[in-house]
Design a protein around this ligand. Structure first.
Ligand code: S3P
Length: 160
């Protein structure tokens, strides 16, 4: 079984993924960490040296290579149509919506995410456009605002 966690940058996919790993006693993989290991480069370096298109190819490859467990995906996983159908065909897709306000408070001026480092209006447009993609891709949706990690993961488990 594969559980794909999707949602915008800073929505808690990694934290919830690690909690689910513990609760479900399943393997856990974060696609960003997987890509960093495979390439020997950090995400900002991949964006700077190879560009976003190359990163998206690494992301699609990672998705195909991870065959079980809980998978935290990068916020841009839904930018590639092939990834959407792959996740829907191969696992349960769990969307973790978080409001942009909460994300802004959490990420502040985070430097590790190249697409966060753009003007607030561009981030808001990206958030709005992606939210529609996350919604239409999800099998299960669990709101995350004002909830603890334990509450969110328990809700995910109850809906699986
Ligand atoms: C990205 C999100 C990041 C990472 C990369 C691109 C995006 O992952 O994959 O910086 O396009 O939204 P997180 O969602 O874990 O921050």
């Amino acid at each position: 079984m594969i559980i794909y966690l999707i949602g915008f940058m800073g929505s808690g996919k990694t934290t919830i993924g690690e909690k689910l790993q513990e609760q479900l006693q399943m393997e856990y993989t974060d696609t960003d960490e997987y890509i960093e290991k495979m390439t020997g480069r950090t995400i900002p370096d991949i964006f700077a040296l190879e560009g976003e298109k190359a990163f998206r190819t690494y992301e699609t490859n990672a998705l195909k290579e991870i065959t079980s467990g809980v998978v935290s995906t990068g916020g841009g996983i839904v930018e590639t149509a092939e990834n959407i159908s792959f996740m829907k065909d191969n696992g349960v897709v769990v969307y973790l919506p978080t409001s942009l306000n909460v994300i802004e408070n959490r990420l502040h001026d985070d430097q590790s995410r190249p697409l966060w480092k753009q003007p607030a209006a561009a981030r808001a447009a990206l958030f709005a456009r992606r939210s529609l993609l996350y919604e239409s891709t999800a099998d299960i949706t669990v709101e995350t605002d004002h909830k603890t990690v334990e509450e969110i993961s328990a809700e995910v488990v109850s809906l699986l």
